[in-house]
Design a protein around this ligand. Structure first.
Ligand code: NAD
Length: 472
């Protein structure tokens, strides 16, 4: 069993000064794999003070110096790509194919941002004014467990590009991958104090980060519930904030959609990352006249899905990350059954054929009542709610009728029609006729209670800037 008992402060691995700890289990086998020690508020304070002091010098470095740092981090991560992939599969249970794609994209982000930095509009000038973009300062980053490396890279790359310094509180459930990532950063010889990482819980060290006066901005990725708490804490010192929160994204099948072709994509979105994806299309809106056909196709396709060991290439759905997440998903399935939704497939208990591991049965409910808890709340597991609609107007009303506004998917044979529908959906992004987009670093973020601000490529750089006017 691996022991993680240090933080990364001022370019050094420093032992955690506490005996509080947590045991991590492999979600596929339930075997214990790591013990992680949990830091104290004073360790978080130390990291913040270090980041604040370092900002004075790091903010003065040249664009060329920072481009070199981004390149070095990229090169070091590439060397250890396989290790990072193996650890994500081991500790999170993400399928190997998803993890490979995600790891590649995350590492490549350092090159994307390096390219953006080359041409970034730091200064705009006219006869009477000069507008200057400056790095916001110390950025506190708090991230969840469902895409650890992607979240680390998507914050570190733009922050470094702008000369900002960071204090990161990763999820306590990704300690092994975070450790491997930090070893890469260390080898990349980034200036001391630019990236500081404190292991621990949100309630203890996360709170310190969101309240500390030396932290200028918070970049938070996580649930809407925690996001609200963070919003409140940040308000005390008016911190800049980006909040990337939860979702309950609708997939809308318009009347003319080719159902045979579309249903596999519907499932790949709904069960993306084994259902543990913020953007999962977890509500499926279907014309009433097509409901029976959709039910048949869902059953046919779900029976073909390969659930199993995430290390195996053919696996499409792995386990939930831990017992807590498994229990949460079970309690939602129970509430769906008790509230009278029709269970089309799946249901309570461990997926068939598994004696161990947090494997949930891929589940589909047919819901005629859109006020049900399973329709309104984010479940974060492989549970799809199908909602029949009478006409497009009703489809739009159902699509928009949650507190969330992260993502949406529209399928139609007529792209113009799909686009017209997409324009009325209140979500940060809409995918048309696909579950996965090939677009390069589009802005990402949510409307309504799915978040605040936009991240992704240049948009993340904008999010980490202050704008100063100098007038003549
Ligand atoms: P979570 O909100 O429970 O925790 C997220 C992080 O916040 C963790 O590091 C946690 O330790 C920390 N935290 C908890 N309480 C805190 C507090 N009081 N102060 C400071 N930090 C605190 O979320 P989770 O269960 O780890 O992740 C799943 C959630 O993340 C889902 O809701 C999912 O939709 C969301 N998510 C959103 C996006 C997005 O881009 N919109 C991406 C990935 C995940």
């Amino acid at each position: 069993m691996k022991i993680i008992n240090h933080n990364y402060i001022n370019g050094e691995f420093i032992n955690i000064d506490s005996n509080e700890n947590l045991t991590l289990k492999n979600p596929t086998t339930e075997q214990e794999i790591a013990q992680i020690f949990l830091s104290t508020p004073s360790e978080m304070n130390q990291a913040i003070e270090c980041a604040s002091k370092t900002f004075e010098s790091f903010s003065q470095t040249s664009i060329d110096e920072r481009m070199e740092i981004l390149q070095r981090i990229h090169d070091e991560l590439i060397k250890h790509e396989e290790t990072l992939i193996d650890l994500a599969v081991l500790e999170f249970g993400a399928t190997i194919t998803t993890t490979r794609r995600r790891t590649k994209n995350a590492i490549n982000l350092f090159l994307v941002i390096k390219e953006e930095l080359k041409n970034y509009d730091f200064i705009k000038k006219d006869a009477y004014s000069l507008t200057r973009k400056e790095g916001v300062g110390v950025i506190g980053v708090i991230i969840p467990w469902n895409a650890n490396l992607a979240h680390l890279c998507s914050n570190i790359a733009p922050a470094i590009a702008l000369g900002c310094t960071l204090v990161i509180k990763p999820s306590e459930f990704n300690a092994l991958e975070t450790q491997a990532f930090l070893e890469c950063l260390h080898k990349a010889k980034i200036p001391k104090g630019v990236v500081n990482v404190i292991q621990g819980t949100g309630e203890i060290v996360g709170e310190v980060l969101t309240k500390h006066p030396l932290v200028n901005a918070i970049s938070f990725i996580g649930s809407t519930k925690t996001g609200k708490k963070i919003f409140e804490n940040c308000s005390k010192t008016i911190k800049r904030m980006t909040l990337e929160l939860g979702g309950k994204s609708p997939t809308i099948l318009l009347e003319d959609a080719n159902l045979q072709e579309v249903i596999p994509q519907v499932l790949s979105s709904a069960y993306s990352n084994s259902g543990q994806a913020c953007h999962a299309g977890s509500r499926l809106l279907v014309p009433k006249s097509k409901l029976q056909e959709v039910e048949n196709l869902l059953l046919q396709n779900i029976h073909k899905l390969k659930i199993g060991n995430p290390k195996q290439e053919e696996t499409q759905i792995g386990p939930m990350i831990n017992q807590t997440q498994f229990n949460t998903v079970q309690s939602y399935i129970k509430s769906g059954i008790e509230d009278g939704a029709k269970l089309l497939c799946g249901g309570l208990g461990r997926a068939e054929g598994f004696q161990k591991g947090y494997f949930v049965k891929p589940t589909v409910f047919i819901c005629t009542d859109e006020t049900l808890k399973i329709v309104q709340e984010e479940i974060f597991g492989p549970v799809l709610c199908v909602l029949p609609y009478e006409n497009e107007q009703e489809a739009l009303q159902i699509a928009n009728n949650t507190i969330f506004g992260l993502s949406a998917y529209v399928f139609s044979n007529d792209e113009t029609k799909a686009l017209a529908f997409a324009n009325h959906i209140r979500t940060g992004r809409v995918l048309i006729n696909t579950a996965t987009s090939k677009a390069k670093t589009p802005p990402f973020g949510g409307m309504k209670q799915s978040g605040l601000g936009r991240m992704g490529g240049k948009y993340s750089m904008d999010a980490f800037c202050e704008i100063k006017s100098i007038l003549f």
